[in-house]
Design a protein around this ligand. Structure first.
Ligand code: HEM
Length: 440
């Protein structure tokens, strides 16, 4: 038997989830407690949602569980069959092992000057006194970071062209319409809007394969530390390198998984900070003193209150005990991340923005899960936080930023993310020049 589900129809449940996700979650928690089932239109089985850290730990620490429903069908046409997002079992683990070193501490420090340069150029382009939504600006920055740090393309016509075609592909993937059309039109022989989208993907592929071929031919990837070059040097346990198709799939994966998510997390952090002057002042002071503990705590608190990815589930490969029930293998189960993050028994005053709570007592691993958990935990988590620290530090020390709209942002669903509905409009009142980088 599954946990209880709302009394209204699957259509009504899907609409509530789509348009008012947080009130819908809250209502289910109040009515049914820590575990309940939701029926989404188009899915053959209900989705069991859980929020108790012990249950989440049980879910994430069992390796037998598989991908959540729908992920493979929707993502494979874009990220390809080798992608770490859609592979399972030994193949998935082999790819993770190969990719993880590219995102480790020391390596990331070498990316810092590039990210700083990108952020400073973006800040310099902002017009003083003019109202603009900050979310699209964060998207432009995180795309540039992926192009230069992950793909390692830093200049020339290929960079220009990639920027254009990738922006188009990303816009299409952000639209739920494309996903539906994609599923439908592929069934009818792939004509219409899907064929157009496939044409755009093909243009991206041509550029990526050309970049890989050029780097192989010149052999200069061995001295470079962008993520693509690191992946080209890496070897699987049998001594084989990644094939070109494999490399292309992982690049698309890192773009899709790392671009929108990080931009949205940044937009939410600005929304929260600009509405909480005391916390903003404390953060500024700590940055001026050259400290980063409060900055890290601010990012953790922002990802707690506004988790960008609301669900990171699994299809059970083994039975799972939850809330006194035994869920059989084959059941779809996901942590409801926002509910896990707003439990009063773990986070006193759960809806208050209080970065201090992460300084006082860091939460249990499975009570703070903006990056999911276990063997599918976000590969780019450390990279995302590193990038966020640089962007926040540069923007807040260089700019006098205010919110253009006094009301808190509404939460809207955009693709798989929970995004600020109006893009967080801001006004830059003052700006200081970028720091001179010390000569190497
Ligand atoms: C604030 C920004 C980000 C958030 C909130 C986020 C969140 C997530 C979540 C929830 C998952 C699913 C985890 C699970 O199923 O347990 C995930 C997976 C993943 N993320 Fe992120 N992510 C972010 C940034 C990034 C970045 C910057 C990259 C890389 C450049 C990245 C690469 C990946 C990859 C490759 C996976 C698949 C891991 C696997 O299946 O083994 N993410 N992310």
């Amino acid at each position: 038997m599954l946990p209880p589900e709302p009394k209204y129809s699957p259509l009504s449940q899907t609409l509530r989830w789509s348009f008012r996700p947080l009130p819908f979650m809250q209502e289910c928690r109040e009515r049914y407690g820590d575990a309940f089932s939701v029926r989404f239109m188009g899915f053959e089985r209900p989705m069991v949602m859980i929020s108790d850290p012990a249950a989440i730990k049980a879910l994430y620490t069992e390796r037998a569980h598989g991908l959540p429903p729908g992920r493979e069908v929707v993502l494979t046409p874009i990220v390809g069959p080798h992608s770490v997002l859609v592979t399972e079992g030994a193949d998935h683990l082999a790819h993770r092992k190969l990719m993880l070193p590219a995102f480790h501490g020391e390596r990331m420090r070498s990316y810092e000057p590039i990210v700083e340069e990108i952020v400073d150029a973006e800040i310099d382009s902002w017009r003083l006194g003019e109202r603009f939504p900050i979310h699209p600006r964060m998207q432009a920055m995180t795309l540039e970071v992926i192009l230069r740090v992950v793909f390692g393309v830093s200049e020339g016509p290929r960079l220009e062209r990639l920027r254009v075609v990738l922006t188009r592909v990303l816009e299409e993937t952000a639209s739920p319409f494309t996903q539906l059309i994609g599923l439908a039109s592929r069934r009818f022989g792939g004509r219409g809007p899907w064929a157009k989208f496939e044409g755009q993907l093909k243009a991206v592929d041509e550029l990526l394969y050309a970049e890989i071929a050029e780097r192989r031919a010149s052999g200069d990837f061995e001295g470079r530390d962008d993520v693509l070059s690191v992946l080209m040097q890496a070897r699987f346990e049998d001594g084989e390198p990644m094939s070109d198709a494999d490399l292309r799939d992982q690049l698309m994966t890192l773009l899709l998984a790392g671009h929108e998510t990080t931009a949205t997390a940044l937009a939410w952090t600005f929304d929260l900070l600009l509405r909480h002057p005391r916390e903003l002042a404390r953060l500024r002071e700590s940055l001026e003193a050259g400290e980063d503990e409060y900055l890290r705590a601010t990012i953790s608190e922002s990802l707690r209150l506004r988790p960008v990815v609301p669900l990171a589930g699994r299809r059970l490969g083994a039975d799972l005990e939850v809330d006194g029930l035994s869920l059989p293998a084959g059941t779809d189960v996901t942590p409801a991340i926002w509910l896990a993050h707003t439990r009063a028994d773990v986070y006193p005053e759960p809806f208050a923005f209080r970065p201090e709570r992460f300084l006082e007592e860091p939460p249990d691993t499975y009570a703070w899960i903006p990056f999911g958990g276990g063997i599918r935990r976000c590969l780019g988590a450390a990279f995302a936080e590193f990038e966020m620290r640089i962007v926040l530090r540069e923007v807040l020390t260089r700019c006098e930023l205010r919110k253009a709209d006094r009301r808190p942002e509404k939460v809207a669903r955009r693709n798989i993310t929970l995004s600020p509905k109006h893009g967080t409009p801001v006004i830059v009142h003052d700006r200081h020049p970028a720091r001179e980088l010390a000569p190497a």
